[in-house]
Ligand binder design. Structure first.
Ligand code: ADP
Length: 446
């Protein structure tokens, strides 16, 4: 079944050599993004809205009060620290909460408030007088399901009568019994087992169906088919369908069209990353030892904020972390051989400021957006398999998004003819000067 497949693929990753970390799976990326970004990602882009019947009115709200939520739910929303709806929530929430219910497809990058929107809709549709599952939310993995469940638990903290059940690995229901919880949040394989094989609950009684992280779902072998099998058992005319994705590939829209009929489609294009507010430098080094000295010189001038150091291989990252630690620095290390739980723990500590330096491989090129990170160091310049400049990865490591991006400093350690060429190619590609920095005199920065 799907749960064991997931576990197997994780084990395979663990056995990889200590070379460059391979790309993360879509599910891992999504989870890390959720965990790394603890606040809303703001956007300067306009919402794009599509619907079959443009004559029906479309509402948008600027406050949560205007949604006429149950008072306990509104209290939960405020207790989470939400003051006003996010950009997509302004338009999504009135539609999700409308009567009669309307279907929706929403695409926007991670961190823009999709989960909070559909969780609020899920909670407000529950009828607590009926003791059976009415709301079903599918997530691609165990971890992502738990993340969503935690949002639901928090938002419903003043509605203790609403019961939520996880349908994920490790959860058991005794044979022959029926689930009485109102909301089920789970992975497709487990939900199929529970609904069809064991008949723990009745899919024909579901009135709200949420398919979250559709792009990740597609990327996970077998999940799309399982979702479609589940969807087939739902009461088409009376079940509100909601479909969410962070990306916009055509396959996602094809999938969406199978799942959701007559939807309101909301899209918010992602904010481009740019190097506009970033001062870029390169430091000449003759050996890995000199690179180390450069790092410690730089480290000694970081008084505010934090730094991230990117290495090409796990071996270098491990070596650097060990050396810096021996020299009395507090550093955190994050590489592809850590479990998701370990990565979360490392990032939480770093975010809390317990370590000022985070050493990592490419696992985190995208997504680390810890607001207080002021310096990014490329201990090794990013290159692709052909040892050519990997400009895209460079941008993900260094760039900030839109006008919300804070200013920052990027330092590239150049230790060979090859890396000097890569550095020049990056400079040319972005048409932005990378200034020479004397590592003996790092006070020049800032
Ligand atoms: P997505 O599902 O698009 O990734 P989330 O719903 O998880 O986005 O929201 C991203 C982050 O922003 C979360 O930490 C969430 O608690 C927070 N958030 C969501 N909606 C709001 C809001 N209206 N005001 C403030 N913070 C919000």
């Amino acid at each position: 079944n799907s749960e064991t497949k997931e576990a197997e693929s994780k084990d395979k990753d663990k056995d990889k050599d200590d070379g460059a970390d391979g790309p993360m799976s879509a599910a891992e990326k999504s989870l890390l993004q959720k965990i790394i970004h603890k606040g809303l990602v703001e956007s300067t882009k306009d919402l794009e809205i599509q619907r079959k019947d443009p004559s029906s009115p479309l509402y948008s709200v600027k406050s949560f009060e205007l949604l006429h939520l149950k008072p306990e739910l509104l209290k939960g929303v405020y207790a989470m620290g939400f003051n006003a709806p996010s950009k997509i929530q302004e338009t999504a929430l009135p539609t999700l909460l409308a009567d009669p219910p309307q279907n929706m497809i929403a695409q926007s990058q991670s961190g823009t408030g999709k989960t909070a929107a559909f969780v609020l809709a899920m909670l407000s549709r529950v009828n607590v007088d009926k003791n059976y599952p009415q709301v079903l939310c599918l997530s691609p993995t165990y971890e992502l399901a738990i993340q969503t469940g935690e949002v639901a638990a928090k938002m419903s903290q003043f509605c203790p009568e609403i019961k939520i059940k996880y349908a994920v690995r490790g959860e058991e229901v005794s044979r022959g019994s029926k689930i009485s919880d109102h909301i089920i949040i789970g992975t497709p394989g487990k939900v199929l087992d529970w609904a069809l094989k064991y008949r723990f609950f009745d899919l024909s009684k579901i009135s709200v169906f949420v398919l979250d992280e559709a792009d990740v779902m597609i990327a996970t072998q077998g999940h799309q088919d399982q979702c479609i099998r589940i969807h087939k058992m739902l009461p088409k005319s009376s079940c509100q369908m909601m479909f969410f994705s962070a990306t916009y590939e055509p396959e996602v829209m094809e999938f969406a069209e199978i799942i959701v009929s007559n939807p309101l489609i909301i899209r918010l294009m992602r904010e481009e990353e740019s190097l506009d507010n970033i001062k870029q430098y390169y430091v000449k080094c003759r050996s890995v030892e000199e690179k180390y000295v450069a790092i410690t010189n730089i480290y000694s001038v970081i008084s505010i904020g934090q730094a991230i150091i990117f290495c090409h291989t796990r071996r270098t990252a491990g070596w650097l972390a060990e050396k810096m630690t021996k020299d009395g620095h507090r550093v955190a290390i994050l590489s592809g051989d850590l479990t998701v739980e370990q990565r979360i723990a490392v990032l939480d500590r770093f975010r809390a400021g317990l370590e000022k330096v985070l050493i990592t491989t490419n696992v985190l090129a995208r997504g680390i957006d810890v607001a207080q990170v002021t310096i990014v160091v490329n201990f090794d310049l990013p290159m692709d398999q052909n040892r050519k400049a990997d400009c895209e990865t460079y941008l993900h490591r260094i760039g900030r998004t839109g006008r919300f991006g804070k200013s920052g400093i990027a330092i590239n350690l150049v230790d060979s003819e090859e890396s000097a060429l890569i550095c020049q190619e990056i400079e040319r590609h972005f048409n932005k000067k990378i200034h020479y920095l004397d590592a003996e005199d790092p006070d020049e920065i800032e």
